[in-house]
Design a protein around this ligand. Structure first.
Ligand code: GTP
Ligand code: MG
Length: 211
């Protein structure tokens, strides 16, 4: 983690990120790994949503701060989700590689985001619990093909081992429009967007996308 440099050449940008996905796929665990480099085998299910921040250095002169909304996956909280993904610059939609149904749920979140969120939102699909390879139900190639078709970033991750967690968030930061933040900008109050994404990964297929 890097702090914001007090230099006029430093590029600083902050982005609102939302995590969505079925309950128990590991959203909070991914955030805990990313923000505190910790893992907890017995995590309580999230109530409502949790807010955390993390700042990463992309290179010597570029700093990205994520304002992270970790939503609750339980069905009873579903109606709250638009409050958190509205105005989000980026989203991580999480499924559990050992639960095939959780990928279906992830796909429905992707659909909802693509219809109702910021039209330039960067979406990453994360297949979590990669450490449980022996219990895998979702082929990597199947999920990857879906992600490519829908223009999503894609990673398989393990909040438990830490595999690909930093890579996931770094890839999102790199996909965001840092060029709009070339003038140094200070953190603004929570929830205020200071920059909007201007590009997203194009869908690989011409019109055949089922997203
Ligand atoms: P909700 O808050 O209910 O939406 O769930 P969540 O998606 O935030 O899941 P959470 O992070 O609470 O994790 C659920 C359970 O899965 C916990 O017991 C975690 O310890 C476990 N878990 C999360 N990530 C991993 C992982 O990468 N590997 C393994 N083996 N277990 C994980
Ligand atoms: Mg949670």
């Amino acid at each position: 983690m890097a702090g914001v440099r007090d230099s006029s050449s430093t590029k600083f940008a902050q982005f609102k990120l939302v995590l969505l996905g079925e309950s128990a796929v590991g959203k909070s665990s991914l955030v805990l790994r990313f923000v505190k480099d910790q893992f907890d085998d017995y995590r309580e299910s999230t109530i409502g949503a949790a807010f955390l921040t993390q700042t990463i250095a992309l290179d010597d002169s570029t700093t990205v701060k994520f304002e992270i909304w970790d939503t609750a996956g339980q069905e009873r909280y579903k109606s709250l989700a638009p409050m958190y993904y509205r105005n989000a610059n980026c989203a991580v939609v999480v499924y559990d590689i050992t639960q095939a149904a959780s990928l279906d749920k992830a796909k429905s979140w992707v659909k909802e985001l693509q219809r109702q969120a910021n039209e330039n939102i960067i979406i990453a699909l994360a297949g979590n619990k990669l450490d449980l390879e022996a219990k895998r139900q979702v082929d990597k190639s199947v999920a990857e093909a879906y992600a490519q078709e829908c223009g999503l970033l894609f990673f398989e991750t393990s909040a438990k081992s830490g595999e690909n967690v930093t890579e996931l968030f770094t890839a999102i930061a790199k996909a965001l429009p840092l060029e709009t933040a070339s003038t140094r900008q200070r953190a603004t109050p929570k929830g205020v967007d200071i920059t909007r994404p201007s590009r997203r990964a194009p869908a690989a297929s011409g019109g055949g996308c089922t997203c």
